[in-house]
Structures are given as structure tokens and as C-alpha cells.
Design a protein around this ligand. Structure first.
Ligand code: NAP
Length: 260
């Protein structure tokens, strides 16, 4: 086996940023990267929650993530978060744009402010972070950007129009960045998670009657996902194993999108 083949999934000592890495799917990604030997920065608003997540990861892997407290919808906070990582490590190899929120209301009652809030956190932040890490990745001659979409990147959601619009946009942003930066050897891909048990969906289950059972009945794998179900795909898209893969959106959904 060639050395390239042996090192396919090697991310040891890579520098990674994970937005929203203090819980749910983001923490699943942080754990996967840290287990692989990467040095990870968690970017999120709730500092206490981020510190607790960092301690958990430290106990599991021996490597404590850097905690950066920032709101990814604020351009100046995004700039300073990326500058902090660059300043500490001198490069950025991997970016996961994972932070996300939902405001569940039908379109007729959703306010323009609520619309903009969801679009800013879920979509514009991915543009801002990607733009901020680009110079470092271009200079290094490599980079991996992974954007987190959703089943609503494919399907509509009557109860979450801004969320679905943001997640549809994530796929088109992914393709556009992939095309723009392919020659710089920066691969940009999206993961479309199916239904994961997290704080986000716990709230959805309270707000949308019958959601849990309705969704479960449609998942061929027969169960909702846990945060560590994201790990394998996250590692693949963050590692040299995906160096000729760019602009794609991979569903991690237990077969949900293939099901009637
Ligand atoms: N759970 C699912 O089934 C599912 C399915 C498809 C897609 N997704 C997507 O997966 C991603 C993670 O969701 P999750 O289910 O793991 O939800 P979660 O547990 O609620 O996590 C959301 C994360 O985003 C962070 N965040 C929210 N607003 C932020 C802001 N303005 N600035 C910085 N960080 C912010 C939160 O940290 P702070 O509150 O500390 O800022 C938290 O770490 C989201 O993009 C979501 O849309 C989830």
C-alpha cells in the first residue's frame, strides 16, 4: 500500500474550527476531529457550555479544544475569532460551518427580523467564516470547508421557511465556493444530517406535535441519529481521503431521503 493510501484519513495536528461545537452535532464533529489528533477550536456564544464541552473532549482524547466565544452572525466577531486561531496556530486547515438555529413559525407570522436572524446565523455566517479562512488556506495550498445543511436543503418545511431557505442556500454556497477555490486545492462540501437527537430537535419535538413518531416511521435505519453518527463522514470530508471530492452534499440520514 502506498504512503498516500496509508494516510488517507490522517488529520493528526491539523488545525480545525467548528462553529457551534459545544453541543449536539457540532460536539460530535469536535470529538471525531480530536480523536483523529486534530487541534480544534470551538466557536459558539455560550462560554460555559463551550468550556464544559472542551473538558469532556479533553477527558476523552487528552487534547483540550480552544474555546472562542463569538456570535457567528456578527462579521467583526467572526474576523476576530479566525484571527485568534491564526494567531495561536499560524494556520487553519479545516473549517466546519455548523452553528445553526431555527425559529419555527409559518411564513404568515414570521417577522422580517426573525427571517434575517435565521439567515444570518445559518447561511451568512458560513460565507463570512469561509471568506475569513480563505487567505490562510490559499497560502497553505490546501484546505477543507464543510458546511452543515439539513433535510430541508432538499425538502421544504411549512413550519420553518427561513430555516429551509438557509439550508437550501448552504448547498448553493457550497457549490459556488467549491468552484471558486478548487484551483487553490480547497475542497468545499456539505453534510446534510437527517434527524439527530439534539437540543435543536428536542425543541422541535415539543413545538411540532407528532414529529418524533412521524419522522421515525420514515427512517429506513429504524432510529433517530445520535451526534456521533456524524463522525465518519466528518472525518472523511476533513481528511485527504476526500481530496478529489468537492461541491457535493452528502446526506447522513439513515436512508430518509431515499424513502417515500
Ligand atoms: N439535529 C438535527 O436533526 C439536525 C438536522 C439537520 C441539520 N442540523 C443542523 O446541524 C447544526 C447543529 O445543530 P444541532 O442539532 O446540533 O443543534 P444544537 O444542539 O442546538 O447546536 C447548535 C449550535 O450552534 C451554536 N450557535 C447557535 N447560534 C450561534 C451563533 N449566533 N453564533 C455562534 N454559535 C451559535 C450553539 O452554541 P451557542 O448557543 O453556545 O452559541 C450550538 O453549539 C445546525 O446547523 C442545524 O441546523 C441539525
Amino acid at each position: 500500500m502506498s504512503s498516500v493510501m496509508r494516510n488517507l484519513f490522517d488529520i493528526k495536528d491539523k488545525i480545525a474550527i467548528v462553529t457551534g461545537g459545544n453541543g449536539g452535532i457540532g460536539l460530535g464533529i469536535v470529538q471525531a476531529l480530536a480523536h483523529g489528533g486534530a487541534k480544534v477550536a470551538i466557536v459558539a456564544r455560550n462560554e460555559e457550555k463551550s468550556r464544559a464541552a472542551a473538558r469532556t473532549v479533553q477527558k476523552e482524547t487528552g487534547s483540550e479544544p480552544l474555546v472562542i466565544t463569538a456570535d457567528v452572525s456578527r462579521p467583526e466577531q467572526v474576523s476576530s475569532a479566525v484571527a485568534t486561531v491564526n494567531g495561536k496556530f499560524g494556520r487553519i486547515d479545516i473549517l466546519f460551518n455548523n452553528a445553526g438555529i431555527n425559529i419555527r413559525k409559518p411564513p404568515q407570522t414570521l417577522t422580517p427580523e426573525e427571517w434575517h436572524t435565521v439567515l444570518d446565523v445559518n447561511l451568512t455566517s458560513a460565507f463570512l467564516l469561509s471568506k475569513e479562512v480563505y487567505p490562510a488556506m490559499k497560502q497553505a495550498g490546501r484546505g477543507k470547508i464543510i458546511n452543515i445543511g439539513s433535510m430541508t436543503s432538499i425538502f421544504g418545511a411549512s413550519f420553518a421557511p427561513a430555516y429551509a431557505t438557509s439550508k437550501g442556500g448552504i448547498v448553493q454556497l457550497t457549490k459556488s465556493l467549491a468552484l471558486a477555490w478548487a484551483a487553490d486545492k480547497i475542497q468545499v462540501n456539505a453534510i446534510l444530517p437527517g434527524w439527530f437527537e439534539t437540543d435543536l430537535t428536542n425543541r422541535a419535538r415539543v413545538e411540532v406535535a407528532g414529529l418524533y413518531e412521524r419522522v421515525l416511521a420514515r427512517i429506513p435505519a429504524g432510529r433517530w441519529a445520535q451526534p456521533d453518527d456524524i463522525a465518519g463522514t466528518a472525518l472523511w470530508l476533513a481528511s485527504p481521503a476526500s481530496d478529489y471530492v468537492t461541491g457535493v452534499a452528502v446526506a447522513v440520514d439513515g436512508g430518509y431521503t431515499s424513502s417515500l
